[in-house]
Design a protein around this ligand. Structure first.
Ligand SMILES: Cc1cc2nc3c(=O)[nH]c(=O)nc-3n(C[C@H](O)[C@H](O)[C@H](O)COP(=O)(O)OP(=O)(O)OC[C@H]3O[C@@H](n4cnc5c(N)ncnc54)[C@H](O)[C@@H]3O)c2cc1C
Length: 397
């Protein structure tokens, strides 16, 4: 094997580069990215909006890193197709090379519902460093900022805006925040904590469109209720980037389908991270998923069959100063075979939940205590029977 291509330059891609270089110093590595910046972790973007980091501090691997690791980085070079017969990458670069193996690690794009009035100025999404810079600049002159979507990203963004003097309101059509990580009771505790920080939350608001002539001036719901605001951020989820796979005849479902070796339906072509779907339906848009799958893909690219993916225990954390929230494993069980143990203190802003199956902890929520989060995580990882301690789980923490 002499040469590999990695399409994408996010955390899945850079994990794959690191994994390859830890074992092989000679393999030629070409990395293609459609962005103009080298690698930065996306959580840093929230700090950038909050003015806690500069652009330089946001970027984790500068160009020297690629040089030191002997990687040819092609920035601002979108790839649109792979010739799976010739094993070549078709991009805006003029180079046309053949590769022994190719990794697709192109992540996600923001999902934008078909709202009316999307053509107005001052409507944003947040995925890239340039998106974050645009939002940071826009917050300066804005009155009220509207964030559509009460997921982790929407709330972290609202808190960042508040930090730089904004007046954000988060709206969601659901009746609770973080619907993927939190239940209704936990959401009510979180909404109260956010209220204390000056972040307004509006539930049950089904946005229909953006108001204004040329610039966004607010939003309107399906029921006709208007909310004024001069900056709108749409944070209503993401969709896997599957266009390269589609153009190349590689099988897709919601994401690019990959087997336990992270190999796609095309031999020698692998997929990892947010763009990849494992075993028809398993997918998480989080960093642990991207690093785990990036590492497995790299190992199999170097020696096919050397590593098998066995899934991850998903874990999400809300990173807002003064609010500690972790949701881990099966936090929202849907079947009666699970037992749940809950402890709530609205005044103190604390909410703990343990989810057990056959007396083994399989998931939980910790809002208001890092110690509880660590305890839950450790018990989930151990996978032991905790029948004797389950009723006192939250007592001494
Ligand atoms: C603001 C923000 C904060 C987040 N915070 C957290 C957090 O705290 N914890 C957590 O676990 N997760 C967090 N996430 C999610 C996490 O960042 C993603 O799960 C992770 O980045 C996925 O990594 P990836 O490498 O698969 O994709 P990405 O990081 O999206 O990287 C994809 C790469 O592919 C490139 N690309 C796309 N299309 C093409 C193309 N056609 N040609 C060439 N290159 C292309 C992109 O430019 C990018 O370099 C956050 C996300 C955002 C947006």
């Amino acid at each position: 094997m002499t040469r590999v291509a990695i399409i994408g330059n996010g955390v899945a891609a850079t994990t794959a580069v690191r994994e390859i270089r830890s074992k092989d110093q000679t393999l030629e590595i070409d990395v293609f990215s459609d962005e103009r910046h080298p690698y930065y972790p996306r959580p840093n973007l929230i700090d950038l909006v909050a003015n806690r980091r500069t652009v330089k501090e946001t970027i984790q691997h500068d160009l020297d890193w690629y040089e030191k690791n002997d990687v040819d980085l092609f920035l601002s070079t979108p790839v649109f197709q792979i010739d799976t017969e010739e094993m070549a990458v078709m991009s805006t670069s003029e180079d046309y090379k053949q590769y022994d193996s190719i990794l697709i690690a192109v992540g996600c794009r923001p999902f934008i519902p078909p709202f009316e009035g999307l053509d107005k100025n001052n409507i944003h999404v947040i995925r890239t460093l340039d998106d974050a810079l645009d939002i940071r600049d826009a917050v300066k002159g804005a009155g009220q900022e509207i964030i559509i979507g009460g997921g982790i990203l929407g709330i972290e963004l609202a808190a960042a805006m508040k930090e730089v003097g904004g007046d954000p309101i988060v709206v969601d059509y659901d009746n609770h925040l973080l619907p993927l990580q939190l239940d209704t009771l936990g959401s009510s505790v979180l909404a109260k904590l956010l209220g204390k920080k000056g972040i307004q939350v509006r539930f049950g608001y089904d946005c229909r469109g953006i108001l204004g002539d040329r610039d966004a001036e607010g939003i309107v719901s399906k029921q006709g209720e208007e909310i004024a605001g001069d900056l709108v951020v749409i944070a209503t989820g993401v969709r896997s980037n599957t266009i390269i796979a589609k153009n190349s005849g590689i099988e897709i479902h919601h994401g690019i389908l990959a087997d336990e070796h992270m190999q796609t339906s095309a031999k020698g072509v692998f997929a990892a991270g947010d763009c990849m779907e494992w075993k028809n339906n398993e997918w998480y848009g989080i960093i642990p998923w991207a690093t785990a799958t990036g590492r497995i893909a790299a190992q199999n690219m170097m020696e096919f069959g050397s590593a098998k993916f066995e899934g991850i225990t998903p874990s999400n954390q809300l990173q807002v100063a003064g609010i500690d929230l972790t949701s881990i494993g099966i936090a929202l069980p849907e079947s009666p075979e699970y037992e749940t143990i809950v402890s709530v203190d609205h005044d103190e802003g604390k909410y703990y939940k343990a989810v057990l199956k056959d007396d083994v902890l399989v998931g939980g929520i910790a809002l208001g205590s890092r110690k509880v989060a660590l305890k839950l995580r450790s018990l989930i990882m151990k996978g032991e029977n905790i029948a004797d301690i389950k009723q006192s789980l939250f007592e001494d923490v």
